[in-house]
Write a protein that binds this ligand. Structure first.
Ligand code: CP
Length: 334
């Protein structure tokens, strides 16, 4: 595995391997000293052309917990402002020694383009409407911890602005590949034009869909990606498709609530629901670090794990023979 550009090509076995790896790293993140030498000597660069709180900090934290060096790039303070191209920017970052480049961009396909211009591993941290692979992995990871180990038959309702959501596209693939039954719900104007081939049930009636689900996954209204008025008012949106206090009160006690963040509190989700015991929203964020540790480890330690790669020398116990490697620094593989 050289890059993680999308989830479309990941099989169930691939996904489960990454989630198992994340399980090991979750234990690391819970230690007093949450650090292992797995990627010592490696450099991870975050190249974000679009705003982010969770994903950028999460990748940087993951890299540091694996003892990698980090390079942080934000477009607003870079030479992109002087007209430097994506290709020149990526190759410049690689020339500083980046072994992995984590790319977020508002254009679908940008990480794929970068992967064609550099030798470093490239990770898609969200590209346009296309995909957000590590978000989907951390969502599956979080659900597996609550409803696992198998997600077979788990009913997941994804509600809101599916049309503009890269999270929804990646989640649909990952969750259905793991056996979950996914329903998507929203106003017709916020569902994709072409859903043929999607292994999902489609509905516009949130109240009906809420009666028959184990998980409600709310999506943010993405006003920055909308070029037309797709619903009359935010108040009307909330009345028909928001998880309000009244709707949440009708849910079965064990129904879980998720959201990728950032939230529009009071629009797609009420503030009380977001902060309620059934909400996994902050746990998703915490789990994201372990999942991204797993992804970076898989991309950057894999060659050394197979016995090659002088650059990984010194990574210690984390780069033993593939299959027996100790990713946690405790001498046992999980
Ligand atoms: N979920 C997510 O991608 O959040 P950020 O935009 O803050 O990274």
């Amino acid at each position: 595995m050289k890059h993680l550009l999308g989830v479309e090509d990941l099989t169930r076995a691939d996904i489960e391997e990454l989630l198992d790896l994340a399980d090991s790293f979750l234990e690391v993140t819970q230690r007093d000293i949450a650090k292992v030498p797995a990627l010592r000597g490696r450099t991870v660069a975050t190249m974000f052309f679009e705003d982010s709180t969770r994903t950028k900090l999460s990748f940087e934290t993951a890299a540091k917990r694996l003892s990698a060096d980090t390079l942080s790039f934000s477009v607003s303070t870079s030479s992109v402002k002087k007209g430097e191209s994506l290709k020149d920017t990526a190759q410049t970052v690689e020339a500083m020694g980046a072994d992995a480049i984590v790319v977020r961009h508002s254009s679908s396909g940008a990480p794929h383009r970068v992967a064609g211009w550099v030798n470093a591993s490239v990770v898609n941290a969200g590209d346009g409407w296309h995909g957000h692979p590590t978000q989907a992995l951390l969502d599956a990871f979080t659900l597996r911890r609550h409803r696992g180990p198998s997600l077979d038959g788990l009913r997941v309702l994804i509600a809101g602005d599916v049309k503009h959501s890269r999270v929804a596209r990646s989640d649909v693939h990952v969750l259905t590949t793991l056996g979950a039954q996914v329903t998507v719900c929203g106003p017709p104007t916020l569902l994709p034009g072409a859903t043929e081939g999607w292994p999902v049930t489609i509905t516009h009636d949130l109240d009906d869909a809420l009666c028959d689900t184990d998980v409600v996954y709310l999506l943010r209204i993405q006003r920055e990606r909308q070029d037309a008025a797709l619903f009359p008012t935010l108040r009307e949106y909330t009345a028909r498709w928001g998880l309000t206090d009244e709707r949440a009160a009708r849910l079965k006690p064990d129904v879980l609530v998720m959201h990728p963040g950032p939230m529009n509190r009071g629009v797609e989700i009420s503030s009380a629901v977001a902060d309620s015991p059934r909400s996994l929203i902050l746990e998703q964020v915490s789990n994201g670090v372990a999942v991204r540790m797993g992804v970076l480890f898989k991309l950057l330690a894999g060659d050394a794990g197979a016995g090659g790669g002088s650059r990984a020398a010194g990574a210690g116990t984390a780069t033993g023979a593939a299959g027996t490697r100790d990713v946690t620094g405790q001498g046992a593989s999980r």
